[in-house]
Design a protein around this ligand. Structure first.
Ligand SMILES: Nc1ncnc2c1ncn2[C@@H]1O[C@H](COP(=O)(O)OP(=O)(O)OP(=O)(O)O)[C@@H](O)[C@H]1O
Ligand SMILES: [Mg+2]
Length: 300
């Protein structure tokens, strides 16, 4: 399956992120070599691939933290690669959750979730606090609003970062390895929050090494290598039955065959997406691969 658009912009409001022939070089190093794809409203797209393949650079270009060398990107049909683009407005539509949380250490959890609202969106303070409390409750931290980031575990800090993004009432959230910096026992809580967001219909682009999560939650998986999309499609296809040799080699490296029980994620995926027949045929989940179970740590 490919989602490469034939026309950019598509003009369709459901096409929230449109990327066309995106190139990015750092000096002589060409990191992105022509990436094209569309992320639809409510879609969860997991981006996988080896270190250095350009996954972070892709997300950073979408969020304009990096300036593309060539190509065009549209967010909600607004061209962000247009020099006259209203970048501030576009950024308010898009949350970004990084590996390293990026919370303000001198602000409380509540203040971390209100500062963007009051300063960027000019939301009155009491309303901003109400929104922040709702979102902190949603990520399971309603009782930690007065804590400072340093008083929280990494997993809690990452959930604050997600609550902060939600408090900006964003249309979409980009995640760059949100669980990679966490101790293994803290990964599950963060993935559970992300799974809930996916269920609620948040548009998500997730760079991740958590293959079990990708397999269960993603609507589409993109495998990148060497700055190009090598393969993309349904997770059961890209992870379960990859067509390209490069994808197979990568997956063999990251998936531990002694623990693999791919049927568990496919069954969970089917349950999430309402395909009961497929779910009924699924195997019992292997606890080692359940994304809410204590994970086995970063896969590579
Ligand atoms: N600001 C920069 N200046 C120079 N080179 C960069 C810069 N950012 C990234 N690169 C290079 O671009 C390539 C792709 O980096 P990127 O961080 O996008 O990879 P990645 O797929 O996210 O890898 P990882 O899985 O390790 O996070 C790497 O060779 C990296 O060294
Ligand atoms: Mg990266």
């Amino acid at each position: 399956m490919t989602t490469t658009p034939t026309k950019i912009p598509t003009g369709n409001r459901e096409d929230e992120i449109q990327i066309y022939d995106l190139h990015k070089s750092f000096g002589d190093l060409e990191v992105l070599k022509g990436i094209s794809t569309v992320v639809h409203r409510g879609e969860v797209v997991c981006v996988i691939g080896p270190s250095g393949s350009g996954k972070s650079t892709l997300l950073r270009c979408v969020n304009l933290l990096e300036e593309p060398t060539r190509g065009r990107i549209f967010i909600l049909n607004e061209e962000i690669t247009d020099p006259d683009a209203d970048v501030d407005f576009i950024r308010t539509q898009m949350g970004m959750v990084f590996q390293q949380f990026n919370l303000f250490p001198h602000l409380t959890v509540l203040e971390n979730c209100t500062i963007g609202q009051t300063q960027v969106k000019k939301v009155p303070k009491d309303r901003a606090e109400k929104i922040a409390r709702e979102n902190l409750t949603k990520v399971g931290l309603g009782d930690r609003t007065d804590a400072y980031p340093a008083q929280l575990s990494g997993g809690m800090q990452q959930r604050v970062a997600i609550a902060r993004a939600l408090s900006m009432d964003v249309e979409m959230i980009l995640f760059d390895e949100p669980t990679s910096a966490l101790d293994p026992e803290l990964v599950g809580d963060v993935l559970a929050v992300m799974r809930d967001l996916a269920t609620e219909g948040m548009t998500m682009m997730v760079v991740t090494h958590e293959m079990a999560f990708a397999r269960e939650v993603a609507d589409r998986v993109i495998f990148m290598d060497g700055g190009v999309i090598v393969e993309e499609g349904h997770p059961s296809q890209v992870i379960g039955n990859p067509q390209e040799e490069r994808t197979r080699t990568f997956l063999q490296r990251v998936l531990d065959p002694t623990h693999s029980n791919p049927g568990a994620e496919d069954a969970a995926h089917a349950r999430r997406h309402g395909d009961e027949e497929e779910a009924d045929e699924g195997h019992l989940p292997d606890p080692a691969l359940r994304t809410d179970a204590p994970p086995r740590g970063r896969l590579f």
